[in-house]
Design a protein around this ligand. Sequence first.
Ligand code: 6CS
Ligand code: FE
Length: 267
Amino acid sequence: MQTTHEPANLKAAYGESGWYAVPDRLPAEAVEKLRQAVDRIGGQERPEIVYEAEQSVVRALHGCHRFDEVCARVVRLPLFVDLAETLLGGPVYVYQFKVNMKQPFEGAAWPWHQDFIFWHREDGMAAPDAVNVAVFLDDVSADNGPLRVIPGSHELGIIDGAAAAAEPSHDWRRHVAASLEYTVPDDVAESLAAASGTESLTGPAGTVVAFHPNIVHCSSNNTSARRRAVLLITYNLVSNAPAAPTRPEFLVSRDSTPVTRVDSNAL
Ligand code: 6CS
Ligand code: FE
């Protein structure tokens, strides 16, 4: 199968650090089409739109590939599907689609956390045989709230924080708000960061970065005047599809049919 990535070094680098910045970028005209889709959807009234705590600023859009034709095509681009299949080693489907907006001045932080614990505890995903593909829709720099990761932390499995003892709320709003249900305690994250350092994922609009479901990551408030919108497509191995997820379908796809590619210039 012709892929768009050099599998050898991609898998080695990703396996080592838990994340990988892909050399290829999403072309500017495709980024612009996605920005227009985000603006279109963000102005609608729909359950897939999550707001910041003060209820008027959009925090994230969810599941847009299920109702918007540009988003439905972007998840099928060979650039992303080849990346996911190379890293996961088999046919994949779109498990989750979201755009974290990180609006100027009001885009709130995401505390230190891992993603797999949400998919495992809330949806029944058996193994972290999924991958997050981040696509920057805006330029991301140190001052507009970049994603920060702790390299190598993907090898630690699920790090149980305070939530481990508490009875889970099973309220999906606690899984996408600034006050997350499952977090990695700051002292644990800080000691991991002291040992391994942290990397800030920055780059121009169009940058593509893959990161592991168990890598410890966070992002700060956006105190700048520049939005930091990032599209996150989570691909899951078809063979790893949860049997009976119950969270809303815009958070967890029920359709585990292998994703089929469109042409690279289909957007
Ligand atoms: O609950 C979820 O599915 C989402 N929540 C977080 C904090 N990351 C993973 C996923 O996007
Ligand atoms: Fe996350």
